[in-house]
Design a protein around this ligand. Structure first.
Ligand SMILES: Cc1cc2nc3c(=O)[nH]c(=O)nc-3n(C[C@H](O)[C@H](O)[C@H](O)COP(=O)(O)OP(=O)(O)OC[C@H]3O[C@@H](n4cnc5c(N)ncnc54)[C@H](O)[C@@H]3O)c2cc1C
Ligand code: FES
Length: 509
């Protein structure tokens, strides 16, 4: 059982800054059948980038989005568009060798250039800004790591230097600096991509959850009220859909948290991430005349939930003490797939698949990795060579050495889990507004939530993926599954997979 026990109110609206300020889209749901060259499932950065690239190459596409454009992981990102990803080159050299580290850097730099180009050509108003990106060190140990990363990245041909001149309002010992990186408003960027995709025989459908894929000639993607027939299908749902669990063992969901609050200073021309633990990721952005400071961190495997409220509080303290954020305005969390050997999976869904492709394991750096993945798949479908397809091969066998040297070195290190936020509530009557608990009655586990008005809402507590019992996350007001990271709203609807089906509704107790 896991319930809320956070008497002290958490600061900020429980919504991502990008979703809160990005506006919304209103594409139709799919009713009936359509036929296109390529069906793309998922309107995140990977799906929409692939769709637009294929449309530009003369293919008709249909994007199917279960919710609204940009409301998935991409709408909950930090917003850094960069090939400097903490200490990724040192890690990749160790796990895969220098050539792979070089190729990874090239793929991410190419993705960065692609995004800049799309923003310019399509005229997307998404606060895209070229900024420097820093990986900074506060301790001597971290400083040594930063020196190594800077030297290696420069040798690999990346825009890297070591510097002690780091524009942060607190003292650090030094940093790797990559010039000419970028940041953007992820929701506005995805909306711009979707506008460019929709029309001229191509479509974006919203509230259009794919329910099944039949591979054939053509492939058929089934939905509740229609279907898409297509030569090729791209599954860009972040957590793969229709993969029969093929990626469960090779990728695990890793969650992180963000807070954002207004500051008096103008946005910095830089973004930052720490080497020292606890890892902190920092970005500033101006929206509607207000400067916001974003701080991310507190990452952990989704299976180790701990106390989310405490995680938000630690980020808020850091934002206040180090960066001058008086009050948190927004707080949110999301998850991304971490591949066991440190590289994304992009390519055919199975070794036998001819026309169904997958993108997953973007390792919390999917704005560039997801873009690179989309370009790889667009090349594959249009019969062009792609220099990075083999590196991200979705059907590779991970070598034991690569898995070993990747293990425990998440993109963002796993931080100590707190004790869960259980208050020992055992009956619905004991719940305070905003709390939830799992009760056992008549041999069934039921997840019961009491809303702000005191009304009770009940759903089955049995996760629709593989049957684990969900737990209440009081800070995000979600039911989270400790097994493979599925997340559900209090009405039972799926927020994040691998679960596809909602938690079954139950009568309120
Ligand atoms: C806290 C955090 C911060 C991050 N910060 C950064 C950063 O600063 N820079 C960076 O490069 N990366 C960052 N990342 C990673 C990056 O945000 C992700 O890798 C990327 O956004 C994933 O994109 P996607 O297209 O795979 O998934 P999504 O954006 O989640 O898109 C998938 C879409 O598929 C839809 N969908 C799911 N199932 C179905 C179905 N059956 N039918 C139809 N649609 C379906 C979902 O609704 C969703 O909209 C961060 C990750 C986290 C967790
Ligand atoms: S996510 Fe797999 S059982 Fe819940």
């Amino acid at each position: 059982m896991n319930t809320a026990a956070n008497s002290e109110r958490l600061e900020g609206d429980p919504v991502s800054l990008w979703v809160a300020t990005g506006g919304t889209t209103d594409y139709p749901a799919l009713r009936g059948d359509v036929e296109v060259d390529v069906a793309v499932i998922g309107a995140g950065i990977a799906g929409l980038t692939a769709a637009l690239t294929l449309k530009r190459a003369g293919r008709s596409v249909a994007v199917l989005e279960a919710a609204r454009v940009g409301t998935g992981v991409t709408g909950h990102t930090t917003g850094k568009v960069t090939s400097l990803q903490r200490l990724v080159y040192t890690q990749l050299r160790e796990s895969h060798g220098t050539d792979t580290a070089r190729a990874y850097g090239q793929a991410n730099e190419a993705a960065l250039r692609h995004i800049a180009d799309v923003v310019a050509v399509e005229g997307i108003d998404c606060d895209f800004r070229r900024v420097a990106n820093y990986t900074y060190a506060e301790s001597d140990d971290a400083l040594a790591l930063v020196h190594t990363e800077a030297e290696l990245a420069a040798e690999l041909g990346l825009p890297a230097t070591f510097t002690t001149d780091v524009p942060l309002p607190f003292e650090v010992k030094g940093a790797v600096k990559f010039d000419e990186q970028a940041q953007l408003h992820a929701v506005k960027y995805l909306q711009g991509l979707s506008r460019a995709v929709h029309g001229d025989g191509s479509y974006v459908f919203e509230q259009a959850r794919a329910q099944g894929i039949e591979e054939g000639s053509p492939c058929i993607v089934g939905l509740e009220n229609g279907s898409v027939r297509a030569r090729d299908v791209i599954v860009a749902t972040n957590v793969p859909f229709g993969d029969n669990g093929r990626f469960d063992e090779r990728c695990h969901a890793h969650r992180s948290y963000l807070v954002a609050g207004p500051v008096d200073t103008a946005p910095l021309d830089a973004t930052f991430i720490s080497v020292d633990e606890p890892m902190r990721s920092i970005l500033t952005v101006g929206i509607d005349g207000v400067s916001y400071m974003l701080v991310g961190g507190e990452g952990h495997p989704a299976a180790e939930s701990g106390n989310s409220a405490q995680r938000y509080r630690r980020l808020a303290s850091f934002a206040r003490d180090r960066l001058g954020v008086e009050e948190v305005a927004y707080r949110w969390s999301t998850q991304d797939g971490i591949p066991v050997d440190g590289l994304p999976y992009v390519g055919p869904m199975t070794p036998e698949s001819q026309h169904v492709y997958v993108v997953t394991g973007l390792r919390k750096w999917g704005l560039t990795n997801g873009t690179a993945a989309a370009l790889i798949l667009a090349d594959t479908i249009t019969g062009r060579e792609n220099p990075w397809a083999a590196m991200f091969n979705s059907n590779r066998a991970a070598t034991a050495e690569a898995v070993k040297s990747t293990a425990g070195r998440e993109t963002e290190a796993t931080e100590a889990a707190d004790v869960g936020d259980s208050s020992g509530v055992r009956t619905p009557a004991e719940l305070a507004p905003g709390q939830g608990t799992v009760i056992e009655a008549a041999g069934q586990s039921t997840a019961v939530y009491k809303d702000a008005e005191g009304a009770l809402h009940a759903v089955s507590a049995v996760c629709t993926h593989l049957g684990c019992i969900v737990e209440f996350n009081s800070a995000d007001t979600t039911w989270d599954c400790p097994c493979h990271g599925s997340r559900f709203s209090t009405d039972g609807s799926v927020i994040q997979g691998p679960a596809v089906d909602a938690l079954e509704a139950k009568p309120a107790p």
